[in-house]
Design a binder for this molecule. Structure first.
Ligand code: ATP
Ligand code: LTN
Length: 347
């Protein structure tokens, strides 16, 4: 028998999208989920639904479970394969909250106060309504990442500062208590993958945008999606050209078009030379409908069998706990906690 060389261990990636709305939107798909799907083959991938993060802002308890299942179904419909990747719900793995607490105790108050996402969110809603949970959002995120010895974290630019904090906390813990954590790298997903609000192209497309017409929700009726593309704000002039400064509306439509068809933006510019904005919108509306229709049908099929969805999530949580519990036991041991012994065999 000849010995096969051991393949180099795959690097681990980890990411997630919060269950804070009734559907993911096109920006989440193009900017995040689609990239995760592509990365599954090359990496040892961990994808999860950060429901503990979803409760750091005002939330409706009667919606949370449903929204969590929807995001789970949308991940799978988009191509996340629970056989290839570890795929689970954050609150099903108690080690996330446990490690977050330990990390809170090595995080400076000033350090946490400098997080711009917290500052932005509290500026909007006022400091009185902000919770301790929102303040501790970044240390919970660090726990998500460090529990799985993650090498790479594919996220948008907005999460860069949280990643930097995660790296600092990993290094601090390793120095203070002994080498325990992998220090992760951020893989900031390309700027071109950022999708803007259709009504206000200076803001990113978001679950909580000002106008519902600004976002394409992946679960809504494709006819509505088509309408939203057709009524998107475009710019002065008539020329169809990619120029985010001068023509943010048209550029956003070209980005969406290119992302969904794989056609380079330059080819689209050539194709639409001399044509009107209306032509671009009609064609893009069709592209969007062709894209969302099967995705929506597949999501609805998965949602029609919640027991199967829950089974997949339970399997994922089991696999996640196998890794997370080992890390957590090491953390407690290194921090010097008195071990808790089972009573079995003692009585
Ligand atoms: P939202 O603002 O829509 O609530 P979010 O960024 O606050 O989304 P998540 O749902 O956790 O929070 O985001 C999941 C992923 O989707 C993140 O990696 C984020 O960078 C990405 N994402 C969100 N909006 C866009 C967008 N408009 N364009 C590209 N990527 C986006
Ligand atoms: N904060 C992220 C969601 C998130 C996450 C994570 C992403 C929570 N924990 C761990 C990557 C790794 C967001 O708002 N997009």
């Amino acid at each position: 028998m000849t010995l096969q060389p051991t393949p180099a261990a795959k690097k681990r990636i980890l990411s997630g999208a919060k269950p804070t709305a009734d559907s993911l939107h096109l920006g989440n798909y193009i900017g995040a989920v689609r990239n995760w799907v592509d990365m599954q083959a090359e990496y040892d991938a961990v994808f999860f639904i950060p429901d503990l993060h979803a409760i750091t802002v005002d939330f409706d308890p009667s919606e949370l479970a449903k929204r969590t299942r929807i995001v789970a179904a949308q991940y799978i419909a988009a191509g996340i394969d629970p056989d290839k990747s570890i795929f689970f719900v954050q609150s099903h793995v108690p080690e996330h909250a446990q490690l977050a607490w330990a990390l809170n105790c090595i995080t400076g108050f000033g350090e946490a106060s400098r997080m711009t996402q917290f500052k932005d969110k509290t500026q909007k809603s006022g400091a009185d309504t902000a919770t301790l949970g929102l303040f501790a959002y970044p240390t919970l995120m660090a726990a998500d990442i460090l529990l799985y010895r993650t090498d790479l974290v594919p996220v948008g630019e907005d999460q860069r500062q949280h990643l930097e904090l995660t790296r600092n906390l990993a290094q601090r813990f390793n120095t203070k208590f002994g080498d325990t954590f992998t220090v992760p790298e951020a893989t900031i997903l390309k700027e071109s993958a950022k999708i803007y609000d259709l009504q206000n192209p200076s803001a990113k497309m978001s679950k909580t945008g000002e106008s519902p017409n600004g976002a394409i929700q992946l679960l809504e009726d494709p006819k509505i999606a088509a309408k939203r593309i057709k009524s998107a704000v475009t710019d002065a002039g008539t020329e169809i050209r990619f120029d985010p400064e001068e023509k943010p509306g048209v550029s956003n439509l070209l980005t969406i078009y290119s992302s969904l068809t794989g056609k380079p933006v330059a080819d689209l510019e050539a194709e639409y030379e001399g044509k009107m904005y209306g032509h671009l919108k009609v064609d893009l509306a069709e592209v969007v409908v062709d894209f969302v229709t099967p995705l929506r049908n597949r999501t609805n099929e998965l949602m029609a069998d919640p027991a199967e969805l829950d089974r997949l999530l339970a399997l994922g949580a089991e696999r996640a706990r196998e890794i997370a519990s080992v890390t957590m036991a090491q953390v407690y041991e290194r921090m010097g906690f008195l071990p808790s012994h089972s009573l079995a065999g003692v009585r």
